[in-house]
Design a protein around this ligand. Sequence first.
Ligand SMILES: Cc1cc2nc3c(=O)[nH]c(=O)nc-3n(C[C@H](O)[C@H](O)[C@H](O)COP(=O)(O)OP(=O)(O)OC[C@H]3O[C@@H](n4cnc5c(N)ncnc54)[C@H](O)[C@@H]3O)c2cc1C
Length: 474
Amino acid sequence: MTLAADLRLVLGADRVLDHPLDLQIYAKDAGVTPGTVAAVVFPETTQEVAAVVRIAVVHEVPIVARGAGTGLSGGAVPTRPGLVVALTRLNQIWEVDEAAHTAWVGPGVINLELSQHTTPLGLHYAPDPSSQSACTIGGNVGTNAGGPHCLAEGSTVSHILAVELVTAGGDVLLLGGAAPDPIGLDLVGVVVGSEGTMGLVTKVLVKLTENAPEVRTLLLAFPTIEAAAETVSSVVAGGIVPAALELMDRPMIEAVENFKSCGFPLDAAAVLIAEVAGHPAAVEAEAQLVADAGAAAGATEIRIAATAAERDLIWLGRKSAFGAVAYAAPDYYLHDTVVPRTRLVEAMSGIYEIGERYGISMLNVFHAGDGNLHPLVAFDAKEPGMLEKVRAAADEMVKLSIEVGGALSGEHGIGLEKRDLMGEMFSAVDLDAQARLRDAFDPIGILNPDKVLPEGSRCFDFGLVANLDPESAA
Ligand SMILES: Cc1cc2nc3c(=O)[nH]c(=O)nc-3n(C[C@H](O)[C@H](O)[C@H](O)COP(=O)(O)OP(=O)(O)OC[C@H]3O[C@@H](n4cnc5c(N)ncnc54)[C@H](O)[C@@H]3O)c2cc1C
């Protein structure tokens, strides 16, 4: 029997796609690299996920977990004809424990819908990627997603207590638990951010965060991007960790205003969106400190949202930023690196210089508070040689970020996009250790192969590692 025929026996005809047009749709995520799909399945229970994994193993077809496909690094894109397991139908919110501030949810639950569900209880799910109206909790676990409000609250890994996982062998594992400090190895930490290479997550125990009693959102306009970055540094140096600190440059402000008209100042070189949250008295004082830091750095306008509607309008502008780019060009490439906050200005100047040298049109919006940069290149992929130019510029930006003490990725993951740059950050011994861990979960190499780790990462015999000359391993 064929792969599709075997899958239909378990899931029925409707939940298995193998028509070439369908396969084309699922061959891409929100990044720029397409892959090749053998079939797409939509299981609805953990047992069905386990069954399709066993079928894929028998047919020796690679398995690629998929949430909403909003990933930007090619994580959900099969490199060889693969079985895409879409987990969007495992979308139940099983159980909310109001007292413990936790919830068991399916991986297909949409990030924003979880917070909307718990709002009447005064709780929310803190990691809020800008894609939160579409991306899934499973995809967030896969990429260890961040978001504007992760500055104070931490990224996805800080909000996951346990995961149920279907392994490469089709077994069901429960990792972690409700206890604050579960005994044994921290395998939840291994799974979060593993991009579907350790197993398929079928249930997640998330932490919920209490809604802050008071929130103040500020919009500060600056004559230079350096002045905005200086404000970020002095706010944090002043001992405050705001809930969010987001920076946008002029090209991005213009794109957003053309798209949504949120009232962002078009004459500013940069705007900083700052949010402080907590006890009303503390919030008042912290908002004043942010405003003072902005004024000291030369802010030309400091606006404090007076109503919930004004606050929502500021955030609408921020969260529409990537959608707004569709007006600028038919394609975009969204970079993701992270640098130490203290090197932000230097990294930004280097990134603008790379953009100019390659003659590419760039817009910037980023989580400035944690040094997470997202230069966005708007381009037309039909222009010959353009995509290659955009990719070459991207590689230079990543290398620059590493040179100033940063990392390959702030939150979008490694996937295919940055796999071959892993050697810029990790030694051969480091990569071998990661490959060894991956082999422990997936000894047959069937889960999302070709992702995250470059070819040849598993390169040492165990006994040799201890005697390795560190120089030759670097
Ligand atoms: C406009 C826009 C804005 C964005 N803003 C942000 C942002 O602010 N912060 C941020 O972090 N990201 C952002 N992203 C990137 C993306 O939304 C995140 O990476 C998100 O976590 C992906 O979720 P998804 O459901 O779309 O997953 P997918 O793209 O479908 O998959 C992502 C990865 O997770 C794996 N995966 C998916 N489900 C499972 C599962 N159940 N078990 C195991 N592995 C799984 C996949 O194999 C893949 O490797 C943005 C993307 C866009 C398009």
